[in-house]
Design a protein around this ligand. Structure first.
Ligand code: UD1
Ligand code: MG
Length: 452
């Protein structure tokens, strides 16, 4: 079987983004746009994927590694861009899929269908992905012969008023016979409105050679091209809808789906409930039947079955929350493990720490993990009880079952089952407060003034 290869065109400057960041590195659902394109190509098991970039796009090359990149020196059009991949595609004589780096919502299924359509007949040189545009505007239009076969593509700038009436547009995605691709590209010219080499011209060239060209259609929402921040936001909205639908399909309840923001890799287990206004940054897995309450912000975290998070919790990278554990309101957890059944329910910072199974971290407890230079680790044993408003100065260890009295500052290890407290001794002076008030009253201070 011949190898399928892919070319991703990403040499465009993306000037309309008005950004220092190359367009294809702008994130959608927590992943650079071009990462979504690579992910869509993933299931096709390609021999190679070559990314065409412009000069000075080393950060794009780094983002797509280990896939190779080739540099298109000038911006001479989509046809010229594919030509830049000639050497990198040497010997690729199966189907070559050509996709754009700025069309991130393309689905794997569509690409599979494109390849199948191309390979349906040996004389079929090119298959184009078309769509019916609500506003065809600047898109290229697919030209069909009387038999319905694809005869050419005309760019909007070069089209006649009659051709501009055509609703069937070119998405830019193509599947081309690799054995013929570069021969076709060598035959296109640049005698057009932009003076560029249009990839789209290979259709007419192939037809002149007596080769067969076809098209398939996909939904417009799948083919949103991102050229501006507004289009980036539109693409994000479509992607979020897809991710929410997939999460619900997999058995999670999203009480108010539209207010939950998911990352491309968020995994929600069966019977997870997510309350409104929750943000999942990249790298989050939530186990079965866990509950994520409103206004929580979670990234890089592993949450086990039956845990309850929030409302108003913040889990940062490296947070690992055990089964049935609880992280309550205004609690921040970073690079720390709460083992099964552990609780930190109110107003705490737990960073660089382990909280043993069933331990209770009282309200206002802070792990003092940073001394301005180094990070230290706090280890809280199973079943320990940390009294409210305690400071645990890392590195420090509280043994299993130990109790720390409220308001303590713990800077030395506490043995298992011990009580540790660092409070100043409490003094009590009987009647002092009443005497104090009487003394002040005699000076006339503190009396309620008459109004007016
Ligand atoms: C292209 C198609 C048009 C289609 C539209 C869909 C051509 C000639 N036209 O037009 O039919 O309807 O996409 O969105 O193909 N690029 C390079 N090097 C270049 C030029 C472009 O790598 O020299 C890359 C861009 O980074 C981008 C892609 O190719 O990822 C498309 O380029 P763009 O300039 O946006 O093409 P359109 O004018 O939109
Ligand atoms: Mg475009």
């Amino acid at each position: 079987m011949s190898e399928t290869a892919a070319v991703i065109l990403a040499a465009g400057k993306g000037t309309r983004m008005r950004s220092d960041l190359p367009k294809v590195l702008h994130p959608l659902a927590g992943q650079p746009m071009i990462g979504h394109v690579l992910a869509a190509l993933g299931p096709l098991e390609l021999g190679r994927t070559v990314v065409v970039v412009g000069p000075d796009m080393d950060d794009v090359a780094a983002a797509v590694a280990p896939h190779p990149t080739v540099v298109q020196p000038g911006q001479n059009g989509t046809g010229d861009a594919v030509k830049a991949a000639r050497a990198a595609l040497a010997g690729a004589d199966g189907t070559v899929l050509i996709v754009f780096g700025d069309t991130p919502l393309l689905r794997s299924d569509t690409l599979v269908a494109m390849r199948a359509a191309r390979e349906a007949r040996p004389e079929r040189a090119v298959v184009v992905l078309g769509f019916r545009a609500a506003e065809p505007g600047g898109y290229g239009r697919l030209l069909l012969g009387p038999d319905g076969a694809l005869t050419g593509i005309v760019e909007a700038r070069d089209a006649t008023p009659q051709q501009l009436e055509i609703e069937l547009c070119n998405s830019g995605v193509m599947a081309v016979d690799g054995a013929r691709l570069f021969d076709l590209l060598d035959r296109i010219g640049n005698d057009n409105a932009k003076g560029e080499y249009y990839l789209t011209d290979i259709v007419a060239v192939a037809r002149e050679q007596g080769l067969d060209c076809g098209y398939i259609e996909a939904a417009e929402a799948e083919l949103i091209g991102v050229n501006s921040r507004a289009e980036l936001a539109r693409a994000e909205a479509v992607l979020q809808q897809r991710l929410r639908a997939a999460a619900m399909e997999a058995g999670a309840t999203l009480i108010d789906p539209d207010s939950v923001w998911l990352s491309h890799d968020t995994v929600l287990g069966q019977d997870v409930t997510v309350q409104p206004n929750v943000v999942f940054g990249p790298g989050v897995r939530v186990g079965a039947a866990a509950e994520i309450r409103a206004f929580s912000h979670i990234e890089g975290a592993e949450i086990a079955a039956g845990a309850v998070i929030g409302p108003f919790a913040r889990l940062r990278p490296g947070a690992r929350i055990g089964a049935e554990a609880r992280v309550g309101n205004f609690v921040e957890v970073k690079n720390a493990t709460l083992e099964d059944g552990a609780k930190a329910n109110h107003l705490s910072y737990v960073g660089d720490a382990r909280v043993g199974a069933g331990a209770n971290v009282g309200a206002g407890t802070i792990t003092c993990n940073y001394d301005g230079f180094d990070k230290g680790h706090t280890d809280i044993g199973a079943g320990a009880f940390i009294g409210s408003n305690s400071a645990l100065v890392a590195p420090v260890k509280v043994g299993d079952g130990a109790i720390v009295g409220a308001g303590s500052t713990i800077s030395r290890d506490v043995e298992a089952d011990a009580l540790a407290l660092t409070r100043a001794k409490q003094e009590s002076h009987a009647g002092w407060a009443a005497e104090y008030r009487a003394r002040k009253a005699a000076t006339g201070k503190g009396k309620r003034k008459k109004s007016g």
